[in-house]
Design a protein around this ligand. Structure first.
Ligand code: HEM
Length: 411
C-alpha cells in the first residue's frame, strides 16, 4: 500500500534527508502541494503539505500523539526497550490528554507573557556581554559564537543550572534532533541517542539532588517538588520533561536566529529596510519564522477513521506529518509571493509554533530572544558580512532546520 510517488525525473517527492532537500526544501514543498498534497510516504505516513490540512490536523481532537503505538508501528515491538525512546515517550510533547494536560500544567506558569517580558533585561545583558567579547575579533561563527550562547544561557537560568556547570552545555554537540525526523534511525544512530540520553540523565539526576537540598526559584525545583508530592509527576516524567525543556528551549531558537540572519543577508533590500526602521523587528521575526522555520514538521496519529482529509481516507492508527514549512509557503494563505522574504508582510501568523493543545510553550520567549539578538547585532555591527551566504553548511536533520556554521566578518 505504500505508494512511492516519483517525479518525472524519477526522484521521490518526499525524501527529507537528501542533501538537496535539506539545502532548499521549498521547491519540493511546492511540488507536493500542487501534485499530491496528502502524499503517502515509503514509511507509510501521510504528508499534509497544504496549510488547510496541516493546520486542521494540529487542532482536531480526532488526531493525537499515540506515541508508543506510533513508534512500535514504525520500528517494531522491541523499540520501547531502547532508553532514548522510552524517555521520549514521557515528554509532554508526546502525550495525549489527560497526561499531557497534567504535565503542561506543571510548567505553564513559567512561560506566561508577563514572566517572559520580565526576562528582557537579562536577555539584553547576555547578548551585550557576548558581543563585547566578540566585536574586537573582527570575525565569528554566527551560530557557535553568537546564536548558540543566548538560548542555552536562558534555559540554564530557567532550569536553575548553576553557572559553574554550564561549560559542558556550551560545548554541547546538538546531535539529538535526528530522533524527530520522519525517517527511521539506524541502529548506530539509536545507540548514539541512548548514549546522549544516558549522559543527560546522569547530569539531571545530580541537578535534582542539588535542588532538593537547596531549592531555588526555577523550573527544576518546581518539578522536583511536584515529583516528591507523589501524585503529580513520576520520576521518569520528571527527568524526561527536564530533558525536553532543555532541548526544546535552545536548539530551535539558535536556528531561528541563524536562519533569520541568513535570510536577511540573502535579501539585502530587506536588511537595509530593517536597519533603517529598527521597529520593524517584531514583524520581521514573524516573517523569519514563516520564511524558513526552524521546526519544519510535527506529526499526529488518526485516533479514528477519517473519511476525507484533503481527498484521502486516513485509517485509524495512521500518521499524518504536518509540514509546517510548506504550510507557511502555501499561496492559499500567503497570496503575495510566499517565496519572498517581506518583513512588512501583514498578518504573518506562521504555523511554526504548531497549534492546538501542544502549541509551543516557549513561543514568546523565542520571539523575544531572537528580536533582541538580531536587533542588537545589526546595531552594533552595521557592516557585518556573511562569508558564505550562497552555500552555507546546513545541519543534516530535517525537522530541526538550521545551519551548522555561518561565518561572518566586519571592520
Ligand atoms: C523558534 C523557536 C521555537 C520553535 C520554532 C518551536 C516550535 C515548536 C512546535 C512546532 C511545537 C509543537 C509541536 C507539536 O505540536 O507537536 C513546540 C512545542 C513545545 N515547545 Fe517549542 N519551539 C521553539 C522554542 C521553544 C522554546 C524556547 C521552548 C522552551 C524554553 C520551547 C518549549 C516547547 C515545549 C515544552 C513544547 C511542548 C508543548 C506541549 O506539548 O504542550 N520551544 N515548539
Amino acid at each position: 500500500m505504500n505508494e512511492h510517488v516519483q517525479t518525472e525525473a524519477g526522484e521521490s517527492l518526499f525524501n527529507p534527508l537528501a542533501p538537496e532537500f535539506i539545502r532548499n526544501p521549498y521547491p519540493y514543498y511546492e511540488r507536493l502541494r500542487t501534485t499530491d498534497p496528502m502524499h503517502l510516504t515509503v514509511h507509510g505516513a501521510f504528508v499534509a503539505s497544504r496549510h488547510a490540512e496541516a493546520s486542521l490536523v494540529l487542532r482536531d481532537k480526532r488526531f493525537g500523539k499515540d506515541y508508543v503505538e506510533r513508534t512500535i508501528r514504525r520500528y517494531g515491538p522491541d523499540i520501547m526497550k531502547e532508553p532514548v525512546f522510552r524517555s521520549m515517550s514521557h515528554w509532554m510533547l508526546q502525550q495525549d490528554p489527560p497526561d499531557h494536560t497534567r504535565l503542561r500544567g506543571l510548567v505553564v506558569k513559567a512561560f506566561t507573557a508577563r514572566r517572559v517580558e520580565d526576562m528582557r533585561p537579562r536577555i539584553q545583558q547576555i547578548v551585550d556581554e557576548t558581543l563585547d567579547r566578540i566585536v574586537p575579533q573582527g570575525k565569528m561563527d554566527l551560530i557557535e559564537d553568537f546564536a548558540f550562547r543566548l538560548p542555552v544561557t536562558i534555559i540554564c537560568d530557567m532550569l536553575g543550572i548553576p553557572p559553574e556547570h554550564r561549560e559542558v552545555f556550551y560545548a554541547g554537540s546538538r546531535d539529538g534532533g535526528r530522533i524527530l525526523d520522519p525517517v527511521p534511525m539506524t541502529p548506530t544512530e539509536i545507540a548514539q541517542g541512548n548514549a546522549n540520553n544516558a549522559m543527560a540523565q546522569m547530569y539531571f539526576h545530580q541537578l535534582f539532588e542539588l535542588r532538593r537540598k537547596s531549592p531555588g526559584d526555577d523550573l527544576t525545583t518546581q518539578l522536583v517538588q511536584a515529583e516528591e508530592d507523589g501524585s503529580k509527576l513520576s520520576n521518569e516524567e520528571l527527568t524526561a520533561n527536564i530533558i525536553l525543556l532543555f532541548g526544546a528551549g535552545h536548539e530551535t531558537t539558535v536556528n531561528l536566529i541563524g536562519n533569520g540572519l541568513l535570510a536577511l543577508h540573502r535579501n539585502p533590500d530587506q536588511l537595509a529596510l530593517l536597519k533603517a526602521n529598527p521597529s520593524l523587528i517584531t514583524n520581521a521575526i514573524e516573517e523569519f519564522l514563516r520564511y524558513d522555520s526552524s521546526v519544519q514538521l510535527t506529526g499526529r496519529v488518526a485516533l479514528e477513521d477519517i473519511e476525507d482529509l484533503g481527498g484521502k481516507k486516513i485509517p485509524k492508527g495512521e500518521s499524518v506529518l504536518c509540514l509546517l514549512g510548506s504550510a507557511n509557503h502555501d499561496p492559499a494563505v500567503y497570496p503575495d509571493r510566499p517565496e519572498r522574504l517581506d518583513i512588512t508582510r501583514p498578518n504573518v501568523k506562521p504555523l511554526s509554533f504548531g497549534g492546538g493543545i501542544h502549541f509551543c510553550l516557549g513561543a514568546q520567549l523565542a520571539r523575544i530572544e531572537a528580536e533582541i539578538a538580531i536587533s542588537t547585532l545589526l546595531r552594533r555591527l552595521p557592516d557585518l558580512r556573511l562569508d558564505d551566504a550562497v552555500n552555507p553548511e546546513w545541519r543534516p536533520t530535517f525537522v530541526l532546520r538550521g545551519l551548522k556554521h555561518l561565518p561572518a566578518s566586519w571592520g
